[in-house]
Design a protein around this ligand. Structure first.
Ligand SMILES: Nc1ncnc2c1ncn2[C@@H]1O[C@H](COP(=O)(O)OP(=O)(O)O)[C@@H](O)[C@H]1O
Ligand SMILES: [Mg+2]
Length: 585
């Protein structure tokens, strides 16, 4: 092979300097070519000559410094006249070792792998990988992944002619996080990834959409590809449309239900919990008997999602609460549970009556059918009605129940995946937009939030084994559960201006890469630093624009004020919407 075709082909102009010091993963380069120094910044790629001529160790510049030191001139005068010290710059580039490039590697040529096989040696020559070298080098990065694994995200900032390709398999396999301040381009990034996935035959991604932003992606007339569902709002209870989702109370396990209804500070809480558990179990048993599900009746538990009627539960609880006991000689005494369930009953009652909780406590009649749940699961997890990308709109769910709804739905989906025959299982990803709203840091969570958090943390910890992963999207990484973030193996970080948020990301990085986070506040809109096992190199990528953009909530204040008068009727209507707790009157 002639030199011209080699991926890395350095000339003297590319020579930056020599290795001056080495510690485990970092190398300081004593720069001899000062003009080159002005052209490199944090993130620049450096090739260091390895132990053989076929090998280069590849590093990323994380600090570029110039300091001046005083030096005696080279030719000292003979006499005793005063000598002026001259200021000479000492230029140092510190870089992190990230991989090894080989022009020849066994039978292969031009290979790059993560990790440095050997330590760089002192005085080895260091080159800047730029221009044509960079172009060819970036080219091999994506080419390293098999064709059917490639997920194209955009272009490398370092070289805008090279496609930035990551491994779609690895990105989704072991959880990912998309982080960035508002307006940095997260939603667009999500839309882009969904769009790329939609080109696959059977993608299976469920998007938890908090603001109804991704609706255009499901708008078939506008070229949308996704299927959209909506969590039932107060206006959907009477005649729910097909795309309206209910999460009936009987889907909740015992702990989820109690987290919502039980007041733990009540001295009767233990009694209330135990009566509730007993009755629910009994009612579920009755359903199974009626449906003649003999096998299931042998092994089910109180947590099994089996329909029962709330009115029956209420009746049992009220009976407990009023029943008298029988004392010595058949005398009537205060009952064992008498008056102890009053507050529990009224708390349950107020939830049932609150129409905002209708999606849970007022499911349509057909939801009580034993077979309804399987149908619901198929709607959510299969691709029968077209594309397997589903947008679930939570925009009408009240904030105080958001954690329990997201948590219950996530757990339900995960449980199905968990119990599925492993030979027939296909991978599923949950994309959690605005995750700080329902996956908070544990210390800040209340009982309901903790319960929901538990479901997600379980998925984060064990989901991979069952082909179930999550993608966390948030503008406030410092408010997102650390347990969940620390399970993420891939990070796509867009511009992040807040210092506390940057610190979170820094802590999640392997030590050697922490320095790269210094570019986070400087990233342009739609630019991301992508790190993790889905990329061979931590890379700064300018993301492509999605064809169908999410509906932006960004209003053009100044322009609008210049042209649009507030709509009086819309204001009156909004008041009615507020009263009815439904949109679109
Ligand atoms: N890849 C991109 N290239 C260029 N502009 C972008 C890109 N992604 C987003 N933008 C611009 O940034 C704005 C905010 O993006 P958005 O995804 O809504 O941000 P976020 O979800 O982080 O708040 C968009 O309206 C769009 O104009
Ligand atoms: Mg957004």
């Amino acid at each position: 092979m002639s030199n011209e075709h080699q991926t890395l082909n350095f000339s003297d102009q590319d020579l930056l300097g020599k290795v001056a010091s080495v510690d485990t993963s970092r190398v300081a380069i004593d720069v001899s070519n000062s003009t080159l120094l002005t052209r490199i910044g944090v993130g620049a790629l450096i090739g260091i000559k390895g132990t053989t001529e076929h090998e280069y160790l590849v590093g990323i510049a994380e600090r570029v410094t110039r300091s001046l030191r005083d030096e005696l001139p080279d030719d000292l005068p003979q006499g005793d006249e005063l000598i002026a010290l001259s200021s000479v710059p000492t230029d140092v580039v510190q870089c992190v070792m990230i991989g090894t490039f080989r022009t020849v590697d066994g039978s292969k040529t031009n290979t790059f792998k993560r990790g440095a096989d050997s330590f760089p040696q002192i005085d080895r020559q260091c080159f800047v990988i730029a221009g044509a070298n960079l172009q060819r080098f970036m080219g091999i990065l994506g080419a390293d992944f098999p064709e059917n694994e490639r997920l194209k995200l955009g272009k490398f900032v370092a070289d805008r002619t090279a496609d930035a390709i990551i491994s779609g398999d690895k990105f989704f396999q072991r959880h990912a996080a998309i982080l960035g301040s508002t307006g940095s381009g997260k939603s667009y990034a999500v839309a882009l990834i969904l769009e790329r996935a939609s080109k696959l035959k059977f993608p299976n991604i469920l998007v938890f959409d908090m603001h109804g932003e991704y609706e255009p992606l499901a708008n078939k007339k506008g070229g949308g590809f996704a299927t959209r569902f909506r969590i039932a709002g107060p206006g959907d209870l009477e005649a729910p449309a097909d795309d309206v989702l209910f999460l009936p109370y009987w889907l909740l396990n015992r702990d989820e239900m109690l987290a919502m209804i039980l007041d733990r500070s009540d001295q009767n809480a233990p009694n209330q919990a135990s009566r509730f558990t007993r009755h629910v179990r009994k009612l579920k048993q009755q359903t199974l008997d009626r449906e003649k599900k003999v096998e299931i009746a042998k092994t089910f538990t109180v947590d099994s999602p089996i329909p029962y009627e709330l009115s029956d539960l209420m009746e049992c609880l009220k009976k407990d609460n009023t029943a008298k006991g029988v004392g010595v000689g058949g005398k009537e005494v205060k009952g064992e549970w008498e008056d102890k369930l009053t507050r529990f009953i009224s708390r349950l009652d107020s939830k049932i009556e609150d129409r905002r909780y209708g999606f849970m406590f007022k499911p349509p009649a057909q939801a009580s059918n034993y077979d309804w749940l399987a149908k619901q699961a198929r709607n959510l997890l299969a691709c029968e009605s077209g594309c397997g990308i589903k947008i679930i709109d939570f925009s009408e769910v009240p904030a105080d129940v958001l954690p329990i709804v997201t948590g219950t739905l996530a757990r339900f989906l995960y449980d199905i995946q968990f119990w599925m025959n492993p030979d027939k299982r296909t991978p599923v990803t949950l994309l959690c937009d605005e995750a700080h709203l329902y996956l908070p840091v544990r210390d800040d969570a209340d009982a309901v939030q903790k319960q929901a958090l538990g479901s997600f943390e379980r998925i984060a910890k064990e989901g991979r084994k069952y082909g179930f992963s999550i993608v966390v999207v948030s503008q406030r990484p410092s408010d997102v559960s650390r347990t969940i973030l620390s399970q993420c193996n891939n990070f796509m970080s867009l511009r992040l201006t807040n210092e506390t948020d940057q610190a979170v990301i820094r802590r999640l990085m392997p030590d050697s890469l922490a320095g790269l986070t210094s570019i986070l506040p400087l990233l342009d809109t739609g630019e991301a630093l992508v790190l993790g096992d889905s990329v061979l190199l931590p890379s700064r990528i300018k993301l492509d624009l999605p064809t169908i953009v999410p509906s932006s909530s960004t209003r053009e204040f100044w322009k609008d004020w210049g042209s649009q008068s507030p709509n009086v009727d819309a204001i009156s209507n909004a008041v009615e919407c507020l009263r009815s707790q439904t949109r679109g009157v």
